[in-house]
Design a protein around this ligand. Structure first.
Ligand SMILES: [Ca+2]
Ligand SMILES: [Ca+2]
Length: 189
């Protein structure tokens, strides 16, 4: 039995594939019976990263039934499949929303478990990495960590120059402004 858990950003606020609070991660889990016998009584559950909240009602499957994930209060999507023939596969899909992320967090990580009446329990693989049977990771946006840009010494110098230039323009503009005022006064008279 094998499971591939693929992630994608369904709602990518930064537009760069990095997850930030308010994004939606769309998961696609493909389960394939790689063994030679029909698998029976399968249960496929996907506990989510602690900073992800399942979008209740978003769980779908091409085989079996959604046992959890589409009712209020459900947190872990779970699908039950009564039997799966050798070589056969099915696909489970669901989405989860990204909550407030602590500074320094690098990845979100989720992994499915696959159990059955006549098979050894296994876990899903992240197809994006060469490591087998590893949790599926989604990189987190750096914008969360560097939300407030600081004014460096270069920026401070530029600011001083700008202020200086603004003062010069004001001083230069003063006599001209007076002339315009006098001119319009003369024109009215
Ligand atoms: Ca992998
Ligand atoms: Ca990934």
């Amino acid at each position: 039995m094998s499971g591939e858990l693929q992630d994608a950003l369904a709602h990518d606020i930064l537009g760069n594939g990095l997850a930030v609070a308010g994004d939606d991660v769309a998961y696609t889990l493909t389960v394939t019976n790689a063994g030679g016998a029909t698998a029976l009584g399968m249960v496929v559950a996907t506990p989510l990263d602690r900073y992800l909240t399942l979008d209740v009602g978003s769980v779908s499957t091409t085989a079996g039934i959604v046992a959890a994930g589409n009712a209020a209060g459900d947190g872990v999507p779970s699908v039950q499949v009564a039997s799966l023939a050798p070589g056969a596969s099915f696909i489970i899909r669901f989405t989860a929303s990204v909550g407030a992320l602590p500074a320094g967090l690098r990845i979100l990580s989720s992994q499915a478990t696959i159990t059955g009446a006549n098979l050894s329990p296994t876990v899903s693989d992240d197809p994006d990495t060469p490591e087998p049977l590893d949790p599926t990771t989604t990189p987190v946006g750096a914008a969360q960590v560097q939300a407030i840009p600081t004014l460096g010494s270069w920026g401070l110098g530029a600011l001083v120059l700008l202020l200086g230039a603004a003062c010069m323009l004001r001083l230069r503009g003063r006599p001209g402004g007076g002339a315009v005022g006098a001119g319009s006064g003369a024109g009215a008279a």
